[in-house]
Design a protein around this ligand. Structure first.
Ligand code: 1GP
Length: 259
């Protein structure tokens, strides 16, 4: 088995390693757990406690990002990589969070919105940097779904989410994203969503596409995680729940492993 160390040392040959990992699991009907770390919310002294919990539960991926720009992003990623053998994927809320310290980047295009900067503008600005970097670029169609209250991503992106009962619109958006060449689709309820994305909508999207499906937002109980997995999520993203109670990490990991 290739370790992260060999991954780092042989970057040129393994630039598609994380996508391949996700696709392999998807093919085998398995799920991945991605822990989202917002650098703003993890003070450096608390990070060691978090790293210890991560070491024992071993999520498949660590996503790093947030709505606001943190000077700590580089530092947090360095600490994570120093202590852990888990791929670190940037999930940038802004261009200023893009750093070569990570292993990969979710190159997200907000395809549910009509904000041209978030559809293509920012991508053009950062593309030459990414081309030169060793980051694995994971082209991702990002679909925001309504989740009870107004979320940070909705406000910050100045876009309207797809209504939660409009699964046909969500499916059509995902199909378009796949046709445009995205390698992943991310159904986002928004960080701290009151209500997670309904199973019916996840199912409909899952049945409409062949590429792996990421689901996140408001998955803060074992039941909600299981429901999202059963509905067809290949990758589950959890942020807030772990910020509040890091012991949930091993509980959610067990659910993910049961597939
Ligand atoms: C947000 O999907 C992620 O971008 C995770 O959401 O923080 O609610 O788990 P939570």
């Amino acid at each position: 088995m290739r370790t992260l160390a060999s991954f780092t040392h042989t970057h040129i040959n393994t630039k598609r390693m994380i996508l391949e990992l996700i696709k392999d699991k998807q093919k085998a009907g398995k799920k991945l757990l991605a822990m989202l770390i917002d650098p703003e919310k993890y003070p450096q002294n608390n990070l060691i406690k978090v790293i210890t919990a991560i070491e024992s539960a071993m999520p498949d991926l660590i996503l790093v990002g947030g709505s606001l720009v943190s000077v700590k992003t580089d530092k947090v990623i360095k600490s994570l990589k120093q202590h852990l053998d888990i791929p670190v994927v940037l999930f940038p809320g802004s261009l200023l969070q893009v750093t070569p310290e990570a292993d990969a980047l979710l190159f997200i295009s907000l395809i549910s919105g009509r904000n041209s900067d978030l559809l293509i503008g920012n991508h053009v600005v950062v593309a030459p940097f990414l081309k030169e970097s060793n980051l694995e670029v994971l082209s991702t169609g990002y679909i925001l779904v309504e989740s009870g209250k107004r979320t940070s991503v909705e406000y910050m992106s100045q876009t309207a989410p797809i209504p939660a009962d409009k699964s046909d619109i969500a499916a059509a958006t995902a199909i378009a994203g796949e046709m445009l060449g995205h390698k992943l689709i991310y159904l986002e309820g928004g960080s701290g969503a009151e209500v997670p994305i309904p199973q019916e909508l996840i199912q409909k999207v899952k049945l409409s596409i062949d590429i792996p499906l990421i689901v996140g937002g408001g998955l803060n109980t074992a039941e909600k995680v299981k429901n999202a997995c059963d509905a067809g999520a290949d990758v589950i993203v959890v942020g807030n729940a772990f910020e509040k109670d890091i012991s949930l990490l091993s509980e959610f990991r067990k659910i993910i492993k049961s597939y």
